[in-house]
Design a protein around this ligand. Sequence first.
Ligand code: HEM
Length: 352
Amino acid sequence: MRRAEVELLVNSLIGASKIRETVDVSSKIASLNADMTCLMVFGKKYEDKDLGKGFKAVVREAVQVGTIPNLGDYFPYIGVLDLQGLTVRMKALAKVFDGFLEKIIEDHVQYKEDNKQTKDIVDTMMAIMESGDASFEFDRRHVKAVMLDLIITGIDTSTAAVEWVLSELIKHPEVMKKLQKELDAAIGLDRTVEESDLDNLEYLNMVIKETFRLHPVAPLLLPHESMEDCAVDGYHIPKGSRILVNTWAIGRDPNVWAEAEKFQPERFLGSDIDLRGRHFQLLPFGSGRRGCPGIQLALVVVRLLVAQLVHCFDWELPNGMLPSDLNMAEYFGLVTTRAEHLMAIPTYRLHK
Ligand code: HEM
């Protein structure tokens, strides 16, 4: 499924390449990730018209509203006043999502009666629910909560990651060339990258790590709570404190990284620092038991997309813009994306 979806994107970019069209790369990647996530979770793609003002817009709004610090969290006695209107907005969004998720469950009940062959995540969860075998409470509300969790956490994160990697590559043509050289040597110019190629692409992995260092897509991770009193670096942190880990600042800390502001994938050559939360200087997926459970999937999707887009195409900025002029401003949120969409002109470079 992932191969087929990426192929659709590559084909549409080949069309753009033929007429030297400027492509809204950010939107293309967002649509692809939304489609792939819906196919994995719900077994079918959902159109923008299926969810209120549009599927992607509603998901994005939920992430944005969830990010704004709520005064009621810090001063609980004024929480009921909902001074910022966040609770009202979240409740309205919850209603839209609930209708959408109920419809998906109904569709699955229907498919099941029609003896559908392939199973998706919703089928699996409903089977657990109906079996009554779960050792914990698991009813329709929980199925809907997990579905919501997967679409909220899965789509924007991978999209932002691919957007940032491509932006850094376009901004640093020498790194782009080196990565294309690695891809050409490993895959050739007669076929496209497969998921099974990914583990052999060492430079690609270094490029991804370096991008996550400078652009961790969840710069403050998710809020944590201390379970007991502790001391960190001489600071006393009482039990029950809300903890935000600023992984963005750690990634740019000159005490930890040489020439911290520079994009240099080679810094990871021969280093054992990985992305799995064991090295605290690089924590784009968090760490420990509340770290990202989607890391495996995310790394496959991000690496596959970047590898295909870089292997299949050369990229140029529109209107004669120089790579050094590419605006790298961020739009801060729970997921921090580019402030401006990435616009670029693809030129197809494979033989087939
Ligand atoms: C490049 C893509 C992704 C990045 C950078 C990312 C990053 C993160 C981070 C930083 C956290 C918080 C960890 C912490 O606070 O310690 C998180 C949590 C989470 N992620 Fe991801 N994620 C990505 C993709 C995905 C995908 C594809 C899924 C599932 C389909 C997913 C599911 C989740 C869930 C469910 C949580 C909450 C876990 C919990 O609270 O216990 N993520 N992710």
